[in-house]
Ligand binder design. Structure first.
Ligand code: C2E
Ligand code: MG
Ligand code: MG
Ligand code: MG
Length: 283
């Protein structure tokens, strides 16, 4: 039905508007519909142990399955969702889906690993965040340590007090926290003091250029020293080459996420990988 609606509207508007303009105008109202119809899917990207290649966790990454435009990347619609106050519903949907997938894995007696969810500042600030999470964990019978939360430094800037208290409560419950896109924000280092997170995820931009830029290499190295000092685990994001992997091993980087091991994959492939207790080896 949404498909038909969308098509009719496209015919109406394309005579005077470009597709790009149409997209902009219609995305917000489409997004409202998408939430009702649950027109989203989650892809999962494995996080592997740097030394063994064992899959130790995964990150849930949302895609909008748009009836006209196909899969839309979160980079495109999450900002729209944040501006139009739709983000919390989306966040809660993602958390529930992750709990459902974990329930499925438990039911089939398969191997299970924690799955992390990215949360926006708006959602972190919600007073009902913790009760909602607890509710899903209970409803699906999921141990808290099977869910993890990722927040960016940006979130900290926008929601400092709320984020501090949310992080403390989440950790009390037993949910691990990652500081995502580390190094790209304004005061990364001071945040380590304020927010007692479990993991830092080095932003992909540093990994991408660490072998060609001295400065980026030093940043990656320094983040590892910092992590050691604060007793945090390091995840390197966006590892694409064996050369990058080799260098990260030398730095004793704990975990890797990147195309070298696996792109984000759909639920079916994810369940397969996890239930086979897979060790991902790059080509
Ligand atoms: P992120 O949390 O930093 O996620 C990592 C992004 O890097 C993902 O993009 C992933 O597909 C991509 N990536 C991973 N390894 C590689 C690699 O080796 N090479 C390259 N080129 N890219 C790699 P994706 O899925 O497009 O997500 C983009 C961002 O959207 C995420 O960045 C996150 O900030 C946001 N996002 C995704 N899902 C959600 C969600 O459910 N809620 C919220 N609030 N934000 C989300
Ligand atoms: Mg993330
Ligand atoms: Mg990131
Ligand atoms: Mg990012």
């Amino acid at each position: 039905r949404a498909k038909e609606l969308g098509k009719n509207r496209l015919q109406l508007y394309t005579e005077s508007l470009s597709i790009e303009t149409f997209k902009l105008f219609s995305l917000e109202s489409d997004l409202r519909k998408a939430i009702l119809l649950e027109d989203f899917i989650l892809h999962y990207q494995p996080r592997v142990n740097t030394l063994t290649g064992d899959v130790v966790a995964a990150e849930a990454l949302i895609r909008w399955n748009h009836p006209l435009f196909g899969l839309i990347s979160p980079a495109e619609f999450i900002p729209i969702a944040e501006e139009s106050n739709l983000i919390d519903q989306i966040s809660f949907w993602v958390i529930e889906q992750v709990c459902k997938v974990q329930r499925q894995l438990i039911q089939s007696g398969d191997n299970i690993v924690p799955v992390s969810v990215n949360l926006s500042a708006k959602t972190i600030m919600r007073a009902d965040l913790i009760p909602t999470i607890l509710n899903y964990l209970e409803r699906y019978g999921i141990e808290p340590n099977l869910l993890e939360i990722e927040i960016t430094e940006n979130t900290m800037i926008k929601a400092e007090m709320a984020a501090i208290s949310a992080i403390e409560k989440l950790k009390e419950i037993g949910i691990a926290i990652s500081l995502d896109d580390f190094g790209t924000g304004y005061s990364s280092i001071s945040y380590l003091k304020k927010f007692k997170v479990n993991y830092i995820k080095i932003d992909r931009s540093f990994i991408t250029s660490m072998l060609v830029s001295q400065e980026d290499a030093r940043i990656v190295e320094s983040i590892h020293l910092l992590a050691k000092g604060f007793n945090l685990k390091v995840v390197a994001e966006g590892v694409e080459t064996t050369e990058q992997l080799k260098r990260l091993k030398q730095l004793n980087c704990h975990y890797i996420q990147g195309y070298l091991f696996s792109k984000p994959i759909d639920e079916e492939q994810f369940l397969k990988i996890i239930s086979n207790n897979s060790r991902l080896l790059y080509a």
